[in-house]
Ligand binder design. Structure first.
Ligand code: GDG
Length: 462
């Protein structure tokens, strides 16, 4: 087996259990198993003239190589092009895109730095797997430096339709950079279809019967590889008793109360304001639900230096205060809004202790929280997943209650349906969902992507 070299913007700390962010969780699970090299930014911004050598550390079977960036890189590449242009654009939020030429320059500069740093680590027979929207030009930079290795790319977030992509300057260049990879992986068929339409319309490419994209002499595999979780380790974690969560659950049981749970990075793509409104609507439409159900929303801080994230935080704090002000009683708080990070084992226990998992992104590549919620349920008395139709996970998890995250009444009705669903139906749905997430777990994701990258297999031929 060739050595696997993974590259992503940040490298997760593999010695720690708690990681917020789907990419870190998905990759850490996969790499721990196979071993290899993981390269990325170390999270520091320093002042330097000459690019420093990557810092090398071992964590079990994984060698981590990290580099610092400068303040200017951080502002232009990370906060700028990646998170103020590509992130909103790829989530169909043209209204939030803030494009500046300096951002694009910073993006190219940092991708060149990543390429230089990688050169000192690479061996000729490595296979390289690059992750996410921060590093789209990296294969092109590596090719310019003579790299002949096979290089794959996985996009963790959605890929927008051509009309949306075309709103950003240099969109054609971005897609041409993508075409320098040997394999491009997407979460869903919709995302893959969007790229295919773009390359047919704008680059005059041909899509072959087996799904390969032909651009002149080059052939690129574009496939759909939905990311999964390490189901067994999550089940184990959820089954382990957690004293603090158990005491809380016991108190709720005595009072005959149920809990709806939401867990997200505090991001405007996650549909949080309308989620809170839907919960308030539930209490309005079904007064019998008052005092018998509460919403726990964990919102993990993220990208706090980008203005749109400051706005969403303020909006949510105001909304949860408003709902509590309107409905709370001396012994019942309808919304528990937690702006912070919860340890992973407590999170698993909280999912298990909640009768509804409420996952309502406006647009999401996959959404691992949906899969974690399913993995954490007990077959004896499972909870119900209420899931947005715009999460990549909805392409797979049909037995969830699928909702429109823009329709507050639809979400409220489905919350009520979830809270009153008979046991037999809950068990049937849980069984089917569990089977699906087991079939498409983290290992399956890694294996299918790697067979395309190492053996050139397309899904149409497997
Ligand atoms: C991107 C794409 C795609 C969250 N809060 C805490 C915490 N988390 C963990 C969750 C989950 C992960 O972070 C979030 O993953 P998601 O998939 O839900 O969302 P993104 O961070 O936006 O991830 C997404 C993913 O990449 C993978 O490809 O699914 O569509 O946007 O694992 O549990 N973990 C802990 N404490 C928290 O407070 N320990």
């Amino acid at each position: 087996m060739n050595r696997l070299v993974v590259v992503s913007n940040r490298v997760a700390d593999l010695t720690k259990g708690a990681q917020a962010g789907g990419l870190a969780v998905g990759l850490a699970d996969s790499l721990r198993e196979r071993g290899g090299v993981w390269m990325g930014w170390d999270g520091q911004s320093l002042k330097y003239e000459e690019q420093p050598e990557p810092r090398i550390r071992k964590a079990g079977e994984v060698t981590q190589a990290t580099i610092p960036l400068t303040d200017q890189d951080y502002a232009e590449y990370y906060l700028g092009f990646a998170n103020s242009v590509l992130w909103p654009l790829f989530h169909y939020r043209l209204d939030l895109v803030e494009y500046k030429t300096a951002f694009l320059e910073g993006y190219r500069r940092v991708n060149a730095k990543f390429a230089n740093a990688l050169l000192s680590v690479l061996r000729p027979d490595d296979v390289i797997w690059i992750h996410d929207y921060h590093l789209i030009p990296l294969a092109a930079e590596l090719r310019q430096r003579g790299c002949k290795q096979r290089i794959g790319f996985f996009l963790h977030i959605p890929f927008p339709p051509p009309e949306i992509l075309a709103a950003v300057p240099r969109h054609r260049w971005l897609v041409e950079c993508l075409m320098e990879f040997d394999v491009i992986g997407f979460q869903t068929l919709t995302d893959r279809g969007n790229l295919q339409h773009y390359v047919e319309d704008h680059l005059g490419c041909e899509i072959q019967e087996d799904g390969r994209i032909k651009l002149g002499e080059r052939e690129v595999i574009a496939g759909c590889y939905p990311i999964g979780i390490d189901v067994e380790s999550f089940v184990e974690m959820a089954e382990k008793p957690n004293d603090e969560v158990q005491i809380e659950t016991h108190r709720r049981d005595i009072l005959g109360r149920r809990q709806i749970i939401g867990v997200d990075r505090l991001d405007y793509t996650k549909g949080l304001p309308d989620r809170l409104r839907a919960f308030a609507r539930l209490l309005e439409l079904y007064p019998e639900m008052r005092k018998s159900v509460a919403l726990m929303q964990i919102a993990t801080p993220t990208r706090e230096e980008v203005e749109a994230y400051v706005d969403i935080r303020k909006e949510l704090e105001a909304l949860s205060g408003e709902i509590n002000g309107r409905f709370a009683d001396f012994n019942w708080t309808p919304v528990r809004y937690i702006h912070g990070t919860v340890p992973r084992d407590a999170l698993a226990a909280l999912y298990r202790a909640s009768q509804v998992g409420f996952v309502t992104p406006l647009r999401d590549g996959m959404n691992l929280v949906a899969k974690e919620y399913v993995a954490a349920q007990s077959m004896d008395n499972p909870g119900v997943l209420v899931l947005s139709k715009f999460a990549g996970a909805a392409e797979d998890l049909h037995e969830a209650l699928i909702v429109n995250p823009y329709d507050v009444d639809d979400m409220a009705r489905n919350l009520c349906r979830a809270l009153t669903m008979p046991m037999e139906e809950r068990q049937e749905r849980q069984k089917a969902l569990m089977q699906r997430i087991r079939e498409r777990d983290a290992r399956h994701w890694l294996n299918t992507f790697m067979s395309a990258l190492e053996k050139g297999e397309t899904q149409e031929t497997t």
